[in-house]
Write a protein of this length. Sequence first.
Length: 476
Amino acid sequence: MVATTTSTSEGWSSRSAFILAAVGAAVGLGNIWRFPTLAGESGGGAFVIFYIACVFLLGLPLVLSEVFIGKAGQTDAVGSIRRVAAQSKASPSWAIFGGVGALAAFLIVSFYSVVAGWVLYYAGIMGGDLVQAILAGDPFRGALAGESQDQIQQRLSDMFASPGLLLGVHFVFMGLTLYIVARGVSSGIEKAATYLMPMFFVLLVGLVLYGAIEGDIGQAAAFLFTPDWSKLTPQVMNSALGQALFSLSLGVAGLITYGSYIKEGSGLGPTSALIAVADTCVALLAGLMIFPIVFAVGLDPAAGPTLVFQTLPFAFQTMPGGALFGFLFFVLILVAAVTSSISLLEVPTAWGIGERGWSRPKSALIFGGGAFLMGIACLLGYNVWADVRPLGFWSLFADTDILDTVDGFTGKVMLPVGALLTSIFIGWKADKNLLLTTTGLSPLAFGIWRFLIAWLCPLAVAIILATGLFPSILGT
Ligand code: TRP
């Protein structure tokens, strides 16, 4: 071990605390909102199976790589990479990808909080509706009784048209994220995860059972797991790869940062596998929660990003207990979003602490405040700045509003670049002995890992990057 003078003194209190926090980071809007949306739009089974292959062949080796860098480095992402590079006699410039990651995490949390704000608003609507149902003596009635489908859909447009409302919910969500991160690793992030993740799993299982009883789970399972390979177009593969990176929180040094708070103990292999398996199970369960409800009411699974906000509330209206379960549904998404947004804000915050020497509250306030302002630009893009196209000069983003530009640029450019550099660094530069001793892998597992991270990951991620940037390669 090299000198540990700049090491953070903070850390997880146990191995299970790290696992809960890392699963909490992975499980988020990506699982419950983005995955069903993409699976629905891409026609189901073939997408899902290809996605699972991406998670285990590309995602898992990358998870292990990031956790390794953090555990070996014991400080913020930039410092950790620099330390691993020094121990491997590689150039210190590799640390740049930690900085790019911190910037990407900062940009992602800015719009993530805006979207989570919508969820908060819907939790409020459904909560108010539930209270009314209870007051009316009929707590198990359907949601939003008496509203037409048009009226329900109108709620989303009305929300987008109101900058004040969007700002308010964004403020509340970002404030909560900032508060937890400012409290620190063990008394903030870890505590949030240990309360919220069990609550999340109870809600998830409850809602899956509800969907199974009240909805059409047979049709949902057939939709999600019966592959129609003709639907596996290059675009679908590309979006499945990108979704695997996003869902596992890869490419922005998030798991480097969380890994750096692992104090001792080996066994990074099983821990990483658990994170990947848990995240994938949650995505599949989210599909098995949402689609039975969608099919039961005869709605369109390919509705796109509004599936969760317009389609589902309508479905909950026609189902018994819909007022209650609709409310619980939005609470579930909210819980998942909080444990993810804290992991995002933690990356730049740790950078400020480790590289700039700021106190934790100061660093959290600077980046949380900055991301809040950035998020305001994103939400104004739905109303007063609806015509603004930040990267309009670039054909890829020519017709993309502010939020989607930040989302698209981070997801299509920064995340794959981060993952590409991580795989090259680990596959080709990092010292073998350091890798072996820090991860504690068996020789066989180590060999497989090295093969995947050195060959398959760079290749596959380079393809996502190239086709993401130049969609014409795919013939679109
Ligand atoms: N994985 C989270 C989700 O699925 C989002 C997230 C958290 C994330 N940390 C990240 C995405 C880091 C990319 C990079 O919602």
